[in-house]
Design a protein around this ligand. Structure first.
Ligand SMILES: [Zn+2]
Length: 214
């Protein structure tokens, strides 16, 4: 079932173990796809939503550094494989998302966008948009600060690092918005994005991610 949600045209080999996949339309072989765990929705909400502008937080899978999604995300972010994002985005259709007006990809700072050539969160949002029939709005949220890579930071450092990192457009006024991201960690970045969108008048803001590092 999970492998079916990761349908894709490429690649011919499993991204996690390298074995030839039985069909041409999966990121992972059935054995590796069977290792995927669903994200624990209640635990995720308890961790991410506390006293913040975010109205909901959902993720499709649990992320583990040694799990089969790690090479998929690595290829998506550093391996010039934007189309993997489309496929991962389609897997988000399995989540029961509250009604919204638009999807807002978590923006990259322009310097990083130029370096990578695409925003993986935008690709994920387009994948979800194909099945959720929602518009993708890249004009509502901009990233002002070029933040360091966050993997070695403490929770407090991360929150301080992103507190004023975003600027939202007044067109967000009155809208219900799902911010779409690849991986949720502490949620600090998502909360900062939601703060900016709410300050611009958004009526409701949730974050939907492919995976959560529970
Ligand atoms: Zn495999």
């Amino acid at each position: 079932m999970l492998s079916g949600m990761l349908d894709l045209l490429l690649p011919p080999a499993c991204l996690a173990c390298g074995v030839r996949t039985p069909g041409p339309e999966a990121l992972l072989c059935p054995a590796c796809a069977a290792l995927l765990d669903e994200a624990d929705a209640d635990a995720l909400r308890a961790e991410i939503l506390a006293d913040a502008a975010l109205d909901d937080a959902v993720a499709r899978f649990r992320y583990r550094p040694d799990g089969p999604l790690a090479p998929v995300f690595h290829a998506l972010k550093y391996g010039q494989r934007p189309r993997y994002g489309r496929l991962l985005g389609r897997s988000l259709a399995a989540l029961d998302l509250a009604p919204a007006d638009a999807l807002v990809p978590m923006p990259l700072h322009r310097a990083r966008f130029l370096e990578r050539g695409y925003n993986q969160a935008e690709e994920i949002a387009h994948g979800l948009a194909e099945v959720a029939d929602l518009p993708v709005r890249t004009d509502l949220l901009a990233r002002l600060v070029f933040t360091d890579t966050q993997t070695k930071r403490t929770r407090h450092d991360r929150a301080a690092n992103v507190a004023h990192a975003f600027d939202a457009a007044s067109d967000a006024d009155g809208m219900r918005l799902w911010v779409v991201d690849d991986v949720l960690t502490t949620g600090a970045t998502s909360r900062a994005a939601a703060d900016a969108l709410k300050a611009a008048g958004a009526a409701w803001v949730g974050v939907a991610a492919v995976a959560w590092t529970s």
